[in-house]
Design a protein around this ligand. Structure first.
Ligand SMILES: NC(=O)c1ccc[n+]([C@@H]2O[C@H](COP(=O)([O-])OP(=O)(O)OC[C@H]3O[C@@H](n4cnc5c(N)ncnc54)[C@H](O)[C@@H]3O)[C@@H](O)[C@H]2O)c1
Length: 313
């Protein structure tokens, strides 16, 4: 098994790469960023040295096709993307990277002419704001009402995935994380819960710049779910919600205080709510690939703070 991971230098990508290598798989990465800093933060130097790293742009159609065609890629995890704030400010560039980049991955599989399982990152941002939906859980049959360019791009990718299955028989699973947190998360609108955990470890003040609720999902679990889907042999074009534990930002502040007394003095909460509904059901995912890892939120926060404390020396 030789897996191509795009966007591998990012938060989720570093964990996917680490877990794949730990399981004995060959990994080749493709990212515009040459730095393996996040992977180095969470892995041994020996593990990092086993990864075959390539630099390039996901919107470069020829580069992506050549890689898949010539490198005996057997599986793909596609994560390369720019996040919500970037897409909101730069919709054209955001569309090229997030939509054309994803089309490139599908076309590369089609043109390689062999079966290559694909799992790609969609996002909870395909949902609109909470008040667009009723009280019940969000299941995959409900209409998508994304309220940001980023969410619209992710919804387009899910639609294109369905078309690549019906036209070319390419199976794929799109996963919709909400807020991924843990060591390595430092970019994007919803990085603040992790940045707050880092601030607690560093004993520095930090303001969480968002309020309201978030569905917090631990990076290691998210990476393991991507790999579980990749190895599941699932046929068809699927898009699944991911679910972690939903907390209000003030509750998170309270949990940080319980875990490290004094944290509430350092951490404040103030800002807008993320315009994305947060009551996602993951029943369809579990029904398709079986039970998935669920590290309890408190345990995952403790692990994250301890990791940041160890980095402080
Ligand atoms: N982190 C979350 O909470 C979250 C939530 C929902 C969806 N997602 C999705 O998961 C995926 C990974 O997110 P992440 O949190 O690891 O983000 P990240 O920003 O940490 O990683 C994204 C990676 O993509 C790379 N990249 C950006 N532009 C590129 C380009 N033009 N060509 C090649 N590589 C490029 C970046 O260098 C980076 O390494 C993304 O598709 C994102 O939209 C993340």
């Amino acid at each position: 098994m030789r897996t191509l991971v795009t966007g591998a230098q990012g938060c989720i990508g570093s964990w996917v790469v680490r877990r794949l290598v730990e399981q004995g798989h060959e990994v080749i990465t493709f990212d515009v960023n040459d730095s393996a800093a996040r992977l180095e933060m969470i892995s041994s130097a020996e593990l990092v040295s086993k990864v075959d790293r390539r630099v390039g742009r996901i919107e470069d159609t020829e580069a992506v096709k050549k890689l898949v065609r010539e490198e005996e890629i057997s599986h793909i995890v596609h994560l390369a993307a720019v996040l919500m704030p970037f897409c909101q400010k730069n919709p054209v560039q955001g569309g090229l990277i997030n939509v054309i980049g994803t089309l490139n991955v599908f076309e590369a599989i089609r043109d390689a002419g062999r079966k290559i399982p694909l799992v790609y990152a969609s996002s909870s941002a395909v949902w609109g704001p909470t008040d667009e939906y009723g009280e019940g859980p969000l299941t995959e049959d409900l209409p998508l009402k994304p309220s940001t360019h980023y969410g619209v791009f992710k919804a387009a990718n899910e639609g294109n995935a369905r078309n690549f299955y019906s036209s070319d028989g390419i199976s794929s699973i799109g996963l919709r994380p909400w807020t991924v947190f843990g060591p390595g998360r430092d970019a994007g609108l919803t990085a603040d819960p992790t940045l707050a955990m880092r601030a607690v470890a560093q004993k520095k003040p930090f303001q969480i710049r968002l309020s309201g609720h978030m569905d917090l999902q631990y990076t290691r679990d998210v990476a393991d779910i991507f790999i579980q889907c990749l190895l599941s042999g699932t046929e068809g074009a699927h898009a699944f919600n991911l679910r972690g534990e939903v907390v209000a930002m003030e509750e998170l502040r309270g949990m940080l205080e319980e875990i490290r007394p004094g944290a509430a003095e350092l951490i404040s909460v103030s800002g807008p709510e993320v315009p994305v509904a947060y009551r996602m059901s993951d029943e369809a995912l579990v029904k398709t690939v079986g039970e998935i890892p669920r590290t309890p939120l408190r345990a995952a926060i403790v692990e994250t703070i301890e990791k940041f404390e160890s980095l402080e020396g």
